[in-house]
Design a protein around this ligand. Sequence first.
Ligand code: SF4
Length: 330
Amino acid sequence: PAPLLRVEGLCQYFKTQDGRTVHAVESLTFDIKRGHTVGLVGESGSGKTTAGRAILRLLEPTAGQVFFNETDVLSLPSKEMKRYRQKMQIIFQDPFSSLNPRMRVSQIIGEALNTAGYPKGEARKARVEELLQRVGLQAEHADRYPHEFSGGQRQRIGIARAIAVEPDFIVADESVSALDVSVQAQVLNLLGELQRSLGLTLLFIAHDLTVVEYLCDEVVVMYLGRVMERGPCREVYARPRHPYTQALLSAAPVPDPTRKKQRIVLRGDIPSPISPPSGCVFRTRCPYATALCAAGVPAEQHVSDEHWVSCVRLHELNLQEQGRHDNAHQ
Ligand code: SF4
């Protein structure tokens, strides 16, 4: 079956005040199967949040296509786009600033129901209460204001607002990053449970790889606006092929102590997206970079099934790794 969402060659550039171009997202391509959760990961400055907004057309992308149910939503006139908006929702990062402090919870969720043409009156009140209970809050909470809730509860209100209009697809943008670890786990469980019971398709944007592994089916790893590696989580996490993914994973805490790993420390900082390195954008920090890496942007190489890696030295590095592995077993 066709994926619910297919992103093809998506580019998002911005102009700085002095007329230079920021390459925030460059040639982003990946897809999400219906009912799947894809994690979009990278450090800050990788372009992941911009990508999430460009996909929902909260920004006007510079180039590329976003097919939702095989319709290119980027080419739709704004009137038609309205219909799609309802199907594609977002849960923002910051539960403290994404809810209007002057509105009661019933109004916040009611506003979303308004845009979906939901009838007013008792039926709407009942729907708001049902949504609150669905996200683990109480019906009585409908009359309260956002400041009366904790961070985790506010994020639950944000989730209730997103699911109110019965979307097919939700972008969760760093939706648990601002919360304490114990609260994070509860909100993640809620998202996972809603995804399964409502058959949602999710794009989960995060910098935390452990969280992505817990929740997602596939992962897309971004660096400086470009995709470095993408594929099924179980495969990418068990055997990351791109040097950047290897470095990210080597720095993440491992829940499973039998998975041995050696920390790979990257030198320097992420370069500016105004003047990204030529060729492989990761080459200024990559421990394996050679002159070859500056020659051109690496094409995506097929590793297996739906696993793709953008590295010109992929096969060479694999052979080296294989050699080390073989030696260790002799
Ligand atoms: Fe490193 Fe070169 Fe591969 Fe880029 S192309 S990840 S610089 S080895």
